[in-house]
Design a protein around this ligand. Structure first.
Ligand code: PXG
Length: 285
């Protein structure tokens, strides 16, 4: 039995899951998506992901042809149809087929599809020893261009920074915003620890309001760790005691080198480990 894809209300075989070459999602990156995970058959923070999908769609004036409840049910149905317990789920809503030319009003039928897949994280060794990252020269999208809060299908901004990371022999890159402050990485939010306090850029720095980020903020609060959402510079990263990244795919991954500067002891720090352990416990609970 092959992989089943949810496409516009039906579960179809992978080979039959097709969209048009005239789809504006493909032609212009005109659409939105979510990356979600399930742990032991249960979807992690499904309502938050569905809400963000609808918020992103609203931001680009795209009417999703389903209710949030129907969307959540379709995600669960796709997971069950594929008998997956621990998986990565991608839901995509494109503007749909239209004419050549930007006008979204000529695309009457948004396309919705849901793909489930096995999850691929960073190599285990990096969770134990930490990741090396660089700062990209490519800056994060200006909030008045395509706001980074929108999880749009247009990821070129992040892909350009990812290319810089790979060229530098690393797997992730920090992107700065239009003011020169730290925004986020290409597919993850960023945190640092200094003197026992946790710092992360505010949403207003022009970042995705990460659901893993949100979970870490809640965990820190529950553990009594002081948190500050503040603008950070590259120097703040260099002098931090600990640094880590958060994302649906990556979960919590320690960073030990930034632009060739060693972070703290050069090993994953104690607060990072505590937060990661608690995150792990909550996702598997
Ligand atoms: N920032 C950006 C720019 C992201 O794309 C995150 C932060 C983390 O958000 P969540 O809600 O996941 O905690 C993301 C999301 C991938 C992949 O295939 C990862 C993301 C998006 C798209 C693809 O690794 N991360």
């Amino acid at each position: 039995m092959g992989l089943k894809i949810w496409l516009n209300g039906k579960l179809v075989e992978r080979e039959e899951a097709k969209v048009s070459v005239f789809d504006h999602g493909l032609l212009y990156g005109d659409g939105v998506f979510e990356g979600i995970r399930s742990y032991n058959g249960k979807v992690f923070r499904l309502d938050a992901h569905v809400r963000r999908l609808f918020d992103s769609a609203n931001g680009i004036r795209l009417a999703i042809p389903m209710t949030p409840k129907e969307t959540a049910d379709a995600i669960v149905a796709t997971l069950q149809a594929n008998s997956l317990k621990d998986s990565y789920i991608r839901i995509v809503v494109t503007r749909g087929e239209g004419t050549l030319g930007l006008d979204p009003n000529r695309c009457p039928h948004p396309q919705v599809f849901i793909i489930t897949d096995k999850i691929s994280l960073y190599p285990q060794e990096l969770y134990e020893n930490g990741l090396e990252i660089i700062t990209a020269a490519t800056m994060r999208n200006h909030p008045n261009a395509v706001n980074p809060r929108l999880k749009s299908l247009n990821y070129l901004n992040n892909i350009l920074a990812k290319i810089e990371a790979i060229d530098a022999g690393t797997l992730e890159a920090v992107m700065l915003n239009h003011l020169g402050y730290v925004a986020e990485c290409t597919g993850d939010n960023l945190f640092i620890v200094r003197d026992g306090r946790l710092f992360t850029p505010p949403i207003a720095a022009g970042i995705l309001e990460g659901i893993t980020r949100d979970e870490i903020l809640a965990i820190a609060h529950d553990l009594g760790i002081e948190v500050r959402e503040e603008n950070l510079t590259r120097q703040d990263l260099y002098v931090s005691d600990e640094c880590f990244l958060t994302g649906t795919a990556a979960e919590v991954i320690p960073v030990v080198r930034i632009d060739k500067r060693t972070v703290g002891s050069g090993k994953p720090g104690p607060i990072t480990k505590r937060l990661a352990e608690e995150f792990h416990r909550r996702t598997r609970a």
